[in-house]
Design a protein around this ligand. Structure first.
Ligand SMILES: NC(=O)C1=CN([C@@H]2O[C@H](COP(=O)(O)OP(=O)(O)OC[C@H]3O[C@@H](n4cnc5c(N)ncnc54)[C@H](OP(=O)(O)O)[C@@H]3O)[C@@H](O)[C@H]2O)C=CC1
Ligand SMILES: O=C(CO)COP(=O)(O)O
Length: 343
């Protein structure tokens, strides 16, 4: 059934998801902050800064009016960087309109508060406008979704009904949507893989090869799983689309802003230069800080994240961070493999 759908955030991901919704016959209103971008979307049917060489469907309209966008929607998707989620939800709750559920597609952990995106939304008062939050996550580069290349994602919510409604809204022949009841795991998988993608990019920027890349991905997944399950996620979720699936997509793709940022850092560029030149959000930088803070708070070891943290925030040379990682105490691969051995 065709619906009016509002998408807040006209960056790469908000626009690509708006295209999926428009392809499904929904009347989509995309909220953007800048007049020139709205004019471009409405008149040229392009969004060149974020999705070059892509023609947008005609049933996708943009507006700079937040109120107009909210008024339009029977369903609502928020796709802004994690750092903008709090203020976006604060603006939303100022408008007298409620939604059966609100979907978010952001992949980050807020530094200092150490909240996942759905928790940030709750902290900002989203429960004043809805009883349901749905998280959409998985291996899904906007550039490929916009070309209608086969993509799979997962949607997660506290109730099956909300996840199912989001699945029905987005699922189509090119964009296959699964449900998953483990929202904690889905959110941790999607956000923490960005940290590992930065580390892989950095290693490749240093000139290391496939062995190092594979090691960081595999041991990185072990870190994500260790921290995530300690905080309530289900282990199996990390071998699913929002875990291993997205880790592979992000660590092995030249589309990935996180991988590319890491690569440039490994080539010796300063972080500020890398972020400025990217012109798009690199969630993994702030999430590296948040993941390290979470691990410190919980007493969980995350050696790859800690090494990356030192390079990004403590001016450690990447080469010496790598030496430090390789020179750590010898370990079992699985922590509980030889339960009676202590050395
Ligand atoms: N791109 C991808 O392939 C995927 C991205 N994601 C996730 O989606 C989220 C959004 O990323 P993405 O679309 O790629 O990011 P982009 O950098 O492509 O776009 C960011 C968008 O957010 C807007 N924005 C920035 N700051 C604010 C703010 N303070 N208030 C309101 N809007 C703001 C920007 O507006 P303006 O142009 O005016 O600056 C722009 O429309 C991230 O969490 C990302 O990890 C998830 C899956 C895939
Ligand atoms: O999450 C993504 C793909 O699933 C996008 O990753 P980047 O933000 O690194 O581009």
């Amino acid at each position: 059934m065709s619906q009016n759908v509002t998408v807040l955030g006209a960056g790469s991901w908000g626009t690509a998801l708006a295209m999926v919704l428009a392809d499904n016959g929904h009347r989509v209103k995309l909220w953007a902050r800048r007049n020139e971008q709205v004019d471009e979307i409405n008149h040229k049917h392009t969004n060149n800064k974020y999705l070059p060489s892509v023609t947008l469907p005609k049933n996708l309209e943009a507006t700079t009016s937040f109120e107009e966008a909210i008024e339009h929607g029977d369903a609502l998707l928020i796709s802004v960087p994690t750092s903008a989620m709090r203020e976006t939800v604060a603006s939303l709750v100022n408008i007298n309109k409620s939604f059966p559920y609100v979907i978010h597609a952001s992949k980050g952990i807020e530094p200092d508060s150490l909240l996942r995106v759905s928790e940030v939304m709750l902290d900002a008062g989203i429960d004043q406008v809805t009883n349901g939050i749905v998280c959409l996550s998985g291996p899904s580069h906007a550039e490929e979704v916009a070309k209608r290349q086969p993509t799979t994602v997962t949607v997660s919510s506290e109730t099956y009904d909300d996840a199912k409604a989001a699945q029905d809204l987005f699922n189509n022949q090119h964009f296959r949507v699964y449900t998953n009841e483990d929202m904690v795991g889905v959110e941790f998988g999607g956000s923490l893989k960005n940290v590992i993608a930065l580390a892989v990019g950095l290693a490749e920027g240093l000139g290391f090869g496939d062995n190092a890349k594979s090691a960081i991905m595999t041991r990185g997944l072990a870190e994500i799983t260790r921290l995530g399950t300690h905080l309530g996620a289900k282990p199996l979720t990390f071998s699913g689309l929002s875990g291993l699936g997205d880790l592979i997509a992000t660590c092995t793709s030249k589309h990935s802003r996180n991988w590319r940022a890491g690569y440039q850092l490994g080539r010796g560029k300063a972080l500020e230069t890398v972020l400025h030149e990217m012109g798009m959000v690199v969630e993994g930088v702030k999430t590296t800080r948040a993941m390290q803070q979470l691990a410190d708070r919980e007493g969980i070891e995350v050696p790859i994240t800690s090494a990356l943290y030192d390079v990004v925030f403590n001016h450690q040379q990447p080469e010496s961070a790598s030496e430090q990682l390789m020179g750590r105490l010898k370990k079992n691969e699985q922590e509980d493999f030889y339960p009676n051995v202590t050395d």
